[in-house]
Ligand binder design. Sequence first.
Ligand SMILES: Cc1cc2nc3c(=O)[nH]c(=O)nc-3n(C[C@H](O)[C@H](O)[C@H](O)COP(=O)(O)OP(=O)(O)OC[C@H]3O[C@@H](n4cnc5c(N)ncnc54)[C@H](O)[C@@H]3O)c2cc1C
Length: 391
Amino acid sequence: MGAQYAHRRNIDPGEEARPNVSQLSPFFRHRLISEEEAVSAALTVHGGEQATKFIQEICWRTYFNGWLEHHPSVWSDYVSDRDAQFQALEKDKGLRADYEAAIEGRAGIDGFDHWAGELTETGYLHNHARMSFASIWLFTLKLPWALGADFFLRHLHDGDPASNTLSWRWVAGLHTPGKTYLAKKEAIETCSDGRFAPDNLAQSGRQVPGAENPQSQQLPARDSLPDERFALLLTEDDLSVETWLDEHLDIEAIAGLHSAETRCAADVSEQAVAFTNGALKDGLARAGSHFGVSAQNLSDDRDRQTALKDWANSLETRHIVLPYIPAGWTHDTLSPLLSELQADGLHIHQIRRNWDECFWPHAKKGFFKLRKQIPSVLDALDIAEGLKLDG
Ligand SMILES: Cc1cc2nc3c(=O)[nH]c(=O)nc-3n(C[C@H](O)[C@H](O)[C@H](O)COP(=O)(O)OP(=O)(O)OC[C@H]3O[C@@H](n4cnc5c(N)ncnc54)[C@H](O)[C@@H]3O)c2cc1C
């Protein structure tokens, strides 16, 4: 998280030995580790100057999350585009053959073919490999961006609606209009530590078809905890409530609902589903022991809607609290079910972490506006007073 990270994080020597980056993204994704914990640890061990780069990278995740909350239709547009592109594959044999060759590592492009296999086998790719893969997909192979984003989501253990969708749009020149990321042979050779040097890559970007950024909208209002006894419902979006909710809260029951298999239109990889469901099980166990209440996984063997309704009907309290569910597949899957509970007279409270509450208002436009606010926000969060970041 210090100087070595700052200098070497772009280099990917391969899956055998990858000491330059943390590989913690699946844990951040489900908040098994929080951004706050990681930043505090980085500052304690390395100090502000050396930890700057790591903190900024953590904040990219926060930025993408906050940006998508201000522009949630970018997620729903992605879902519609993805479904339309899958239909197009049914009709266009040439497109289908190119798409299948790309995801099966048969495109004949050095590096690209390896990364397709590494992703499907391990559920992880280094950031530089992700950028290069997406760029080759878009500009050399000229494949639709939504199918690439779907391929990543199907396999990544850290698959995230905000970071994935917006990173694909960033490479495509849709997030920062007109500014594409063009993969170059030399950069790939350097960043892959000499492992790959693909020839015949596209020499210029193209206008990638895709929806423009919509107008920014207000963040949804922040709910507060009820004054009385409540039940707690966990999803894959935040699985360490014991680190930010007081153990003395009066909690009647705890339950979890999984949604990992709803990430994509096609089958999600078994490994990715197993990682997420394992994380949910683990998060439930920790929450249960923190609050001294038994915690159950509702969707283990029954359909989500019936299991949630039966659980809600079994409660004495009329209040259900959830860590905030941001835009994405869990939101899409659970929102109609939560609305049904509300129609039945239950009160649903979605509460946000202070980290998101303090950072997200700065995530309406570009990353650099948020980056400038890092010292003052960390100060406000009592993580670092008078912090000076390098660069
Ligand atoms: C096309 C594309 C798709 C991506 N899809 C995802 C995704 O679905 N989920 C995801 O978590 N990240 C995604 N990323 C961002 C980034 O590649 C990964 O977060 C990072 O590679 C994870 O490896 P690490 O934990 O070793 O990162 P480290 O370098 O150790 O960074 C520490 C943490 O900071 C955050 N972070 C670092 N770089 C970025 C970044 N550029 N954007 C957002 N967060 C960052 C991650 O939470 C990461 O775990 C994507 C990037 C691209 C270019």
